[in-house]
Ligand binder design. Structure first.
Ligand SMILES: Cc1ncc(COP(=O)(O)O)c(C=O)c1O
Length: 374
């Protein structure tokens, strides 16, 4: 029998969606983080290039060109040095998140630690492996409990919070001492907020020498091209880190057929080789973040964290479902914070993924919206 999984939460937004769609100016859908900006031309060219004509099976490890391009991107963009042999492509990062506990051989009696407020698939991954999961951001709260896998996510979905280097270092040391694998979901690392900002000094990879001390032992960084290069439709991600862990995961994934289509490997290599489109996309989200932030705050709501990544984490000081309804009455669809854990019950999450035209419509509507209870 399959393990019991949570209900797919988005189905519960149907009424709010219908309400938002009925707005005379149309819905502004800020409920999911799905990219709306164009796929870069250099990626389209690569996917239609020679790789499209290769009749044979792709390799699970990916082409050497792909792994070298990814290692180059990690070095230039994030100051991370990895041997290309320790890069492993994944079919988007959701697949890896959902299956990592299973691929690592975890099962009943093993504990997976996930953030207090978290992307739902960390929990799903533990459940698929029939392992236990604990929601906490504090290693102290775990006491002497034996832990097999710890997830971090910075910048965070749903809160946009960036974990400071000191916190990352502490969790790395803790995981190593306990013999736990530390998986750092870095799918929003390219969207680290304006470089000039002093209150948000940019997120660091767990593989950055200032965090890991130069050794990748016990560490895996999980990356995605979905948000940084608008390739959510391509299913393009990778992991990098501890050579022994990556080699072990490669072995299982070979047996399981978890390989990336060859044209997608070419697309990913092209996206990894070019930083300009990533910088441009990050600047677009920085602009949308500051426009929406100002409008939401002017409407009287409070925003916490939200310094980077793809989301604003908002509270009206009431149950989030009620706030979702107030937004829907203005034609704006946002997600209730409870989707991301019980600690999110009085929050909503607003995604920055809408066209500039729709973001302007949202800002206009927020200027006259009634979003405060009472
Ligand atoms: C924190 C986090 N991890 C992973 C993913 C999965 O992204 P993808 O499978 O497109 O790489 C998402 C998607 O929104 C996410 O928010």
């Amino acid at each position: 029998m399959r393990p019991a999984l949570p209900d797919f939460p988005w189905d519960s937004l149907a009424e709010d969606r219908a309400l938002a769609e009925a707005h005379p100016g149309g819905i502004v859908d800020l409920s999911v983080g799905t990219p709306v900006d164009p796929v870069p031309d250099l990626v389209r060219a690569a996917v239609a290039g020679p790789a499209a004509g290769e009749p044979g099976y792709p390799t699970t490890h990916g082409t050497p060109e792909l792994r070298e391009a990814v290692a180059g991107a990690l070095r230039r963009r994030f100051g991370v040095l990895v041997d290309p042999v320790s890069v492993l492509p994944t079919i988007g990062s959701k697949e890896l998140v959902a299956w990592l506990p299973t691929l690592l051989g975890l099962g009943p009696g093993d504990t997976v630690v996930i953030p207090e407020l978290a992307y739902p698939t960390y929990e799903v991954g533990a459940l698929l492996a029939r392992a236990e999961f604990v929601r906490t951001d504090s290693t102290i709260a775990l006491g002497p409990r034996r832990v097999a896998l710890v997830w971090l996510n910075s910048p965070s979905n749903p809160t946009g919070r960036v974990l400071p280097p000191g916190h990352l270092r502490k969790v790395v040391a803790w995981a190593r001492e306990r013999g736990a694998v530390l998986a750092s979901d870095e799918c929003y690392l390219s969207l680290s907020g304006p470089a000039s900002s002093t209150d948000a000094p940019g997120a660091l990879s767990v593989l950055h020498p200032d965090v890991c001390g130069g050794s990748h032992e016990g560490l895996l960084a999980v990356h995605s091209f979905s948000k940084s290069s608008n390739l959510a439709g391509y299913r393009a991600g990778f992991i990098a880190g501890d050579p022994a862990l990556v080699a072990a995961l490669l072995e299982v994934r070979k047996h399981a057929g978890m390989m990336l289509p060859r044209p997608v490997q070419a697309a990913m290599a092209a996206a990894a080789a070019d930083d300009a489109h990533v910088r441009d996309q990050a600047a677009v989200y920085d602009r949308r973040r500051s426009e929406l932030r100002a409008a939401v705050e002017a409407a009287g709501l409070k925003i916490e964290h939200s310094e980077a990544g793809l989301y604003l984490w908002i509270t009206a000081g009431e149950p989030g479902r009620l706030t979702v309804r107030r937004f829907a009455q203005e034609g704006l669809l946002v997600a209730p914070g409870e989707f991301y854990g019980p600690a999110g019950a009085r929050y909503v999450r607003m995604a920055l993924t809408a066209t500039d035209e729709r973001i302007s419509a949202a800002v206009d509507r927020l200027s006259t919206a009634r979003l405060i209870p009472g």
